[in-house]
Design a protein around this ligand. Structure first.
Ligand code: HEC
Length: 69
């Protein structure tokens, strides 16, 4: 699984085709990751990423991006 920062940027600031995650609400991020995982939100690239994540990891990363400036 490629780390989030390789696409979303080291501070989750986004850029190009990659959405900014920094400061995004943890609840929203968690929901999106779930949606990517079960293909409710059909994005192949993020499905591949989310597939490898456990719920605890999704929570942790969601809390992390929310804390970014
Ligand atoms: C290979 C590149 C890549 C990697 C690695 C990647 N992402 Fe993404 N991510 C994307 C792209 C592209 C989108 C935009 C999808 C779309 O068009 O809807 C996206 C969208 C998202 C969204 C939805 C943003 C929004 O505003 O709706 C979240 C949340 C997200 N990524 C979190 C993560 C997390 C957390 C990781 C690491 C576990 C990660 N991504 C790793 C490419 C990547």
């Amino acid at each position: 699984m490629p780390p989030c920062l390789s696409c979303h940027g080291p501070g989750a600031e986004g850029g190009g085709n990659y959405p900014r995650l920094a400061g995004q609400h943890a609840q929203y991020v968690l929901k999106q990751l779930n949606s990517f995982q079960n293909n409710m939100r059909d994005v192949a690239i993020m499905h591949g990423v989310a597939q490898g994540l456990k719920l605890a990891e999704m929570r942790a990363v969601a809390a992390y991006v929310q804390a970014q400036p």
